[in-house]
Design a protein around this ligand. Structure first.
Ligand SMILES: Cc1ncc(COP(=O)(O)O)c(C=O)c1O
Length: 376
């Protein structure tokens, strides 16, 4: 793998076995490839080792609410049958009603991560991923042998549309963005659409923004737009894997082409229905308002810790911090029983960056105290 000054990364499809053989031979080229892959495949759950107080994973709470668990439990007897077209249609209809769209414009996913894994099916010739951001789109494309161009935000992590080359036929970005917590203006994102371009907006945390401000989920007029939504964060369902894509039916069909039959299970379809009702959407909205209050409390407390810079404005249920010796601080936090997400594996960030999930003050105070102790 080589990275030129222009930011192109050349990725080659290498079966895992080949990678291992090459690594054993200490091929420098392959070692770089393996290392890069490991970096991009690093997610908060790896930092959140068992027993640690978890600020590394951006899931709200430790398990789904009681009413959602009951809906899932009620479906258990149905696991004796294959999921059917009627169940899929019901889930898509529920999502469509929630976002004011047509059921044909909905594709139920096993989490947004599955949507990213399907990106190679779009066969882009010129793919752009905006960084820093969630790294799975780049992993999926690179592993399929598709070259990815990294386009970086500015120093304040704001989108710089003029940096995206006109010839890009696939552009992927997050809104709000993980890990920076920056929410790009909808108009600016919308303006990235072009004839012949697929624009993927990862709104995995869109429901954590009050009023779903700047979301394009309901926007049916933008050609080539695919919006990815996750249900795993707000509803504490990462173990279930549930989400969906919104977009034109022909585009969704291209994305879904490589999927096996019954790509998502009965419980996922039920969760998608349950989380799309007006009552669930209202509950998510109330949680989003709570998150704002908790984030403001955390941001002000953390900003008071000498050496800590909190990236602002923040709009997601996490904060990006910067401090000298970030990796040493992270290790000290682990010793104090606290997990935070390391920042150095995100393209465009450094080991001095740490990402912390927003938690209520009664929990977050432990992080503030431990940071104070860890920083000289
Ligand atoms: C920005 C972003 N997008 C997508 C995902 C994947 O979400 P899901 O659990 O729906 O696969 C994550 C998970 O951390 C994320 O942070």
């Amino acid at each position: 793998m080589r990275q030129s000054a222009g930011g192109w990364i050349k990725c080659h499809r290498l079966p895992q076995r080949t990678l291992l053989i090459h690594a054993a031979e200490t091929s420098a080229w392959t070692n770089v490839q393996v290392h890069m892959d490991q970096m991009l495949r690093h997610h908060g759950d790896i930092d959140a080792a068992p027993g640690l107080l978890d600020f590394a994973v951006n899931v709200c709470g430790s398990r789904p609410p009681a009413w959602l668990r009951e809906r899932l439990i009620a479906e258990l007897d149905g696991l004796g049958r294959y999921p059917c077209a009627a169940q899929d249609a019901a889930a898509r209809a529920a999502v469509a009603a929630r976002h004011g769209r047509d059921p044909a414009e909905v594709l139920v996913l096993g989490g947004v991560a599955e949507g990213f894994a399907l990106l190679p099916a779009l066969a882009p010739r010129s793919a752009v991923v905006v960084h820093p951001s969630f790294t799975e789109p780049e992993v999926a494309l690179c592993r399929a042998g598709i070259a990815v161009r990294r386009v970086f935000t500015d120093a304040a992590h704001r989108l710089q549309p003029e940096r995206i080359p006109a010839e890009a036929d696939l552009v992927v970005l997050g809104n709000p963005t993980n890990p920076t917590s920056v929410l790009h203006p909808a108009g600016m994102v919308r303006a990235l659409a072009r004839p012949g371009r697929v624009l993927i907006v990862d709104e995995a945390f869109g429901d954590a923004v009050p009023g779903e401000r700047e979301s394009l989920a309901a926007d049916r007029r933008i050609p080539g737009l695919l919006v990815f939504r996750s249900l795993t964060k707000t509803w504490a369902l990462p173990g279930l894997r549930a989400g969906y894509a919104l977009g034109a039916p022909d585009l969704l069909a291209r994305l879904a082409a490589p999927r096996p039959p019954w790509p998502v299970g009965t419980l996922v379809l039920e969760a998608v229905r349950a989380c799309s009702t007006p009552a669930a959407v209202a509950e998510a909205g109330a949680a989003a308002e709570r998150t704002v209050r908790h984030r403001e409390w955390m941001a002000s407390q953390l900003a008071d810790v000498p050496g800590v810079t909190v990236h602002q404005p923040a709009a997601a249920p996490f904060l990006l911090l910067r401090m000298p010796g970030g990796e040493r601080v992270r290790t000290a936090l682990v010793d104090a029983g606290i997990a935070v997400r390391r920042g150095g594996t995100f393209p465009g960030l450094s080991p001095d960056h740490l990402r912390v999930a927003v938690r209520p003050p009664e929990i977050a105070t432990a992080l503030v105290d431990a940071l104070r102790a860890a920083l000289p």
